[in-house]
Design a protein around this ligand. Structure first.
Ligand code: CO
Length: 474
């Protein structure tokens, strides 16, 4: 094939995910700031395009399980990473939570994320409904951050090459500064990647980044083909937290491209020192059971059923709770049917939970849609936005009844501004501007954290006073 203008033939750029997606995918987002900070100075010397270190589930996990202020973590990263761009993952109108928020909360969250140190905001929507991304994209551009729109990659009748090309063009028109193809289940196989990346590069002048997971075992090969096809950036994780349900290993991809036009120029010696820092953390997680060896292997079922790895484990635990583990394969076969009924959305938070739970109900009740969850009703009412395909009319009628009230506008147009109300609600705990945003996303969890923070401060104040008075606490 003759060379095309967009074929890079220049060093491939790398986004390091070990501080966000890698530990989210392998150890339930439990790495602490204290475990990360000592290695930041070395990571800053590597030459990464960016380090993904914030957003996704890290915000929730910091507050809920680690009793850490996520904003404080971000400021410490910013202090340490003097030369490297910091990147976060953002769920469109849902921000980092699980419900759609008013525009004023989305805008303020973006503003504060950038003010505290974020350079690149990767924004996605579980339905690929671009209307759910517009507010965040505009806010990110206004704050002079890189507004990257991520397309949730999936397979199905509706997802033709034309669909992806068309949506990429629309993303360019909406003002995004780069595009990410986000393959959360590892469904993009190597030769398909060639086709996709070539088509996307042809369609838009924006930089294209590829994000995938190793779950189905093909990810490193997919990156190889994508890089040859002209992709600009790939996401990798340092080897101690790579592979399995995480990303391909940074060191391996660096070595793969050594001596080629795609050579990253990274220092393997330096990478190996960084890996030495993370390896004991991995080993301790294996020992404590936090890291399940099951997540380290290849799960070929993700390719067979086209279901993300995380969703498979959710289904297993839902069925276990109902003492219905023998229905596992019935449910797996019901998942694509429910997905079709609901307009064939990608399966990613929260659409994966909605489809999965409804599939479990359909199988356990012995009759499809005898019982519909609130979320199934909401998606059919248009509250999550528009799906790529229409809903199944029969199913819609059975779940919502005759002549139901449905939304066709951008869902957030119906949500009045809420920042002032939220500020009042959490005023008694607030110690910094950002606290209202933590509270907006997770009211209960944030309040518990604020109380914990205050108790800690009282303890410290007491110790200081005792020390001054010469009476040391025992
Ligand atoms: Co991911």
């Amino acid at each position: 094939m003759e060379d095309r203008k967009w074929q890079r033939k220049k060093p491939i750029k790398i986004t390091e995910t070990i501080l966000r997606d890698a530990h989210q995918s392998l150890i339930a987002t439990r790495m602490t700031t204290e475990q990360m900070l000592p290695i930041v100075e070395k990571m800053d010397k590597v030459g990464y395009h960016s380090v993904e270190c914030w957003g996704g589930a890290t915000f929730d996990a910091s507050l809920r399980f680690l009793k850490e202020d996520p904003w404080e973590r971000l400021r410490k990263f910013r202090d340490g990473f003097k030369n490297t761009k910091l990147q976060m993952l953002f769920r469109g109108q849902n921000i980092l939570g699980y419900r759609p928020y008013a525009d004023d909360v989305v805008e303020y969250f973006v503003q504060k994320s950038v003010a505290n140190g974020i350079d690149v905001i990767r924004i996605f929507d579980c339905l690929n409904d671009l209307r759910n991304l517009q507010t965040a994209v505009t806010a990110a551009v206004k704050e002079k951050a890189d507004a990257q729109v991520a397309l949730s990659y999936t397979l199905g009748d509706a997802y033709t090459l034309d669909y992806w090309v068309d949506i990429a063009k629309k993303i360019e028109d909406m003002g995004a500064t780069s595009i990410c193809l986000k393959d959360m289940a590892g469904l993009l196989v190597p030769y398909k990647a060639t086709e996709m990346i070539e088509a996307l590069k042809e369609a838009t002048s924006l930089p294209i980044q590829l994000h995938t997971h190793y779950t189905s075992g093909v990810a490193s090969m997919t990156y190889l083909k994508a890089v040859e096809a002209g992709v600009d950036v790939i996401d990798t994780a340092m080897s101690p937290f790579a592979l399995g349900t995480s990303q391909p290993a940074t060191e391996v991809m660096v070595e793969t491209f050594k001596g080629t036009p795609y050579d990253t120029g990274f220092d393997q010696g330096l990478l190996s020192e960084i890996a030495d820092h993370f390896r004991p953390i991995r080993d301790a997680a294996l020992e404590s059971g936090l890291l399940n060896p099951k997540n380290m292997g290849v799960n070929i079922k993700t390719l067979l059923y086209q279901v993300p790895g995380g969703m498979l484990s959710n289904l297993t635990s839902q069925l276990k709770e109902q003492n219905a583990e023998d229905k596992y394969y019935d449910v797996l076969e019901e998942v694509p049917r429910v997905r079709k009924d609901l307009g064939e959305p990608p399966l990613v938070t929260p659409s994966s939970q909605i489809v999965g739970t409804q599939a479990v109900f359909n199988v356990l009740m012995g009759e499809r849609y005898k019982m519909a969850t609130k979320e199934t009703k909401d998606i059919l009412s248009g509250k999550y936005g528009a799906t790529v395909k229409p809903f199944d009319e029969e199913v819609k009628k059975k779940v919502l009844g005759e002549n139901p009230e449905v939304i066709t506008c951008r869902p957030a147009d119906l949500i009045p501004d809420e920042l002032d109300t939220l500020r009042k609600e959490c005023a008694q705990w607030s110690q910094q501007d950002e606290d209202v945003l933590s509270y907006a996303l997770f009211p209960q969890v944030a309040t518990d954290f604020f109380k914990y923070r205050e108790a800690q401060q009282t303890k410290i104040d007491q110790t200081m006073a005792d020390t001054k008075n010469g009476s040391y606490p025992v």
